[in-house]
Write a protein that binds this ligand. Structure first.
Ligand code: NAD
Length: 324
């Protein structure tokens, strides 16, 4: 079987996690990795015997991987994605896809010229518990939605290279870097709201708290995100969906359904993935599913239709227009 040849740009937090995922896929060979910190690149390359680069454009030119995975700080995404378009058939870009709407539009224009397939790391779409909610919404399995709460809260990330996240001009701060996960899911699951009211508190570094309330006809959605928490505070991704006939609640890695009779846990078979712990993300489940999907597209020569470049730019535009 011919393996999908993968190159990774940026080998710290997310690059390491993606490499860990690729290492679990039989149809992938990580052929090259790049980081301006050579020791970081060498450590990521070692398990694969991959070629080490400190210049991402040299990797693109010399290795021409089937799939290039960009795990660089957000403000560098556009430059390296643009350099790869037309040279690499498949690109994965971590979220947020780029820092500004103008950069997003430039990549969309390049994609139209080159036909390069681009997937964006909007990983929540690939978590089984969030897929379950999406299906329940689509099928009206528990009746109509009444309200939905989405939450992602975390201490300010402390691992980043040269403290790039603390600079909102580079990362977009919590409003972009963190809040976009749930905003993207909301747009994916429910489409555009009729009205939006977003408030933020810039106390602390890089705009640290944001709460976005949306009205959709006969239901409402509220989305909360913050980095303004002490370092010991546990990372939490959470949802509560109140339907006419039941409530679905996802909290601390568990999904519960409550109806008029009882509350019961719903097990979705993520136990294997849940046994893997990495940083403050308690499971690789969604990351494995997401990257396996993009790899499968590259293997089959198929278009990427989930978490596309257009989706990533749409979610970025929503944040920039409504949440700042
Ligand atoms: N999907 C998620 O859940 C999730 C989680 C964390 C981060 N992210 C996203 O992933 C991206 C990377 O974040 P991170 O936390 O891994 O950052 P990081 O700071 O941990 O790692 C960035 C790496 O890029 C390297 N680097 C910097 N400039 C470079 C250059 N010009 N060429 C090559 N290497 C260079 C640094 O040395 C560092 O090793 C960001 O866009 C971030 O928003 C997504």
């Amino acid at each position: 079987m011919k393996k999908v040849r993968v190159g990774i740009l940026g080998c710290n937090y997310m690059g390491k996690m993606h490499a860990d995922c690729y290492g679990r896929m039989e149809n992938v060979q990580v052929v090259a990795v790049c980081d301006i910190n050579e020791a970081t690149a060498e450590a990521a390359a070692a398990p694969f015997g991959a070629k080490v680069y400190t210049d991402g454009k040299a990797l693109i030119e010399e290795c021409a991987p089937d799939l290039l995975d960009i795990c660089l700080p957000t403000f560098l995404h556009k430059e390296y994605a643009a350099a790869a378009m037309g040279k690499v058939p498949y690109i994965v870009i971590e979220k947020p896809v780029v820092r500004t709407v103008e950069e997003g539009e430039a990549l969309l224009a390049l994609q139209a010229q080159t036909g390069t397939q681009v997937g964006v790391g909007h990983v929540i779409r690939f978590f089984k518990e969030y897929e379950y909610l999406k299906q329940a919404l689509d099928e009206e399995r528990y009746g109509r939605l009444v309200n939905l709460t989405l939450r992602r809260v975390s201490p300010s990330p402390a691992w980043d290279w040269a403290s790039w996240r603390k600079d909102s001009g580079k990362s977009g701060g919590a409003i972009l870097d963190l809040h976009i996960h749930d905003i993207d899911y909301m747009l994916y699951a429910l489409g555009e709201p009729l009205s939006v009211h977003s408030v933020k508190n810039t106390l602390g570094e890089a705009n640290s708290y944001v709460c976005t309330a949306c009205r959709y006809g006969d239901f409402t959605v509220s989305v909360e995100g913050t980095w303004f928490l002490p370092a010991c505070y546990p990372f939490n991704m959470y949802y509560r969906a109140v339907f006419e006939n039941a409530v679905l609640e996802y909290d601390k890695g568990k999904l519960w359904k409550y109806d008029s009779e009882k509350g019961e846990e719903i097990i979705l078979g993520t136990a294997e993935a849940a046994s893997v712990s990495f940083g403050n993300v308690s499971e690789l489940g969604g990351y494995l599913e997401e990257l396996a999907y993009f790899v499968a597209c590259a293997e089959q020569g198929a278009p990427i239709t989930r978490a596309t470049l257009a989706d990533g730019v749409r979610s970025l535009r929503f944040i920039i227009e409504h949440c700042y």
